[in-house]
Design a binder for this molecule. Structure first.
Ligand SMILES: N[C@@H](CCC(=O)N[C@@H](CS)C(=O)NCC(=O)O)C(=O)O
Length: 204
């Protein structure tokens, strides 16, 4: 059977990497199509919504919008709840993570350095801790949103935590998530998942 394909930029972060990690944890072999930023203008008109990532499944078409792709992979491979009520709880985490990403990314487009710094400091003082408290309220006994097993919602939490704690954004302290033990445990649980460790281990 032909393999699905993920198309995204060539770096280990953000939306495309969430999709790659979901497939890695699901144990699904896929074509990892990495495009250069310069290629985007050429392929953009053919993308469902003009942006990446996209997920192509032979016989089913090309899917866009990261959270929709994550839910699809999650439902197919036991990484998103079948139960509609529990699914809606996980959906809220996916959407809250995407909102955080959009708010933080928006600061990268601010050209005035002082204004950018102030915007990021404001996020670190208010919005990010509020977001983190909300995420923590969705993690019960843990370590993951749904309990013992990771879901696509946890992959999303991991990717945001990796960006914030990894110093991707100047003026957002890398310690901003440290007070949130449940959130950081979920993120660590994904980072230390055997399939994720294998994904990042040098390929022969
Ligand atoms: N809502 C979309 C946003 C997709 C998006 O903005 N992707 C970025 C890369 S992370 C992109 O393709 N940017 C280039 C562009 O929009 O021209 C999703 O969640 O997938």
């Amino acid at each position: 059977m032909s393999r699905p394909k993920v198309t995204y930029f060539d770096f280990a972060g953000s939306r495309g990497e969430e999709v790659r990690l979901a497939l890695a944890i699901a144990g699904v072999a896929f074509d990892d199509d990495r495009v250069k930023s310069d290629d985007l203008a050429r392929i953009k008109p053919d993308l469902p919504f003009g942006a990446l990532p996209v997920f192509e499944v032979p016989g089913h078409g090309v899917f866009a919008e990261t959270n929709a792709i994550l839910r699809l992979i999650g439902r197919l491979h036991g990484l998103h709840p079948d139960d509609p009520w529990e699914g809606a709880r996980h959906d809220a985490v996916l959407e809250a993570c995407e909102e955080l990403r959009q708010r933080v990314s928006a600061t990268s487009r601010i050209t005035d350095p002082a204004e950018k710094k102030a915007a990021r400091q404001a996020l670190a003082a208010d919005y990010i801790p509020r977001w983190a408290r909300g995420i923590e309220r969705q993690i019960g006994a843990g370590p993951f949103v749904g309990g013992a097993r990771p879901a696509v919602a946890d992959i999303k939490i991991h990717m945001l935590a990796k960006a914030l704690s990894g110093g991707t954004y100047d003026d957002i302290p890398t310690t901003v998530l440290d007070p949130f033990a449940k959130l950081t445990a979920a993120a660590r649980g994904v980072a230390s998942h055997p399939a994720v460790l294998a994904w990042y281990s040098p390929k022969a």
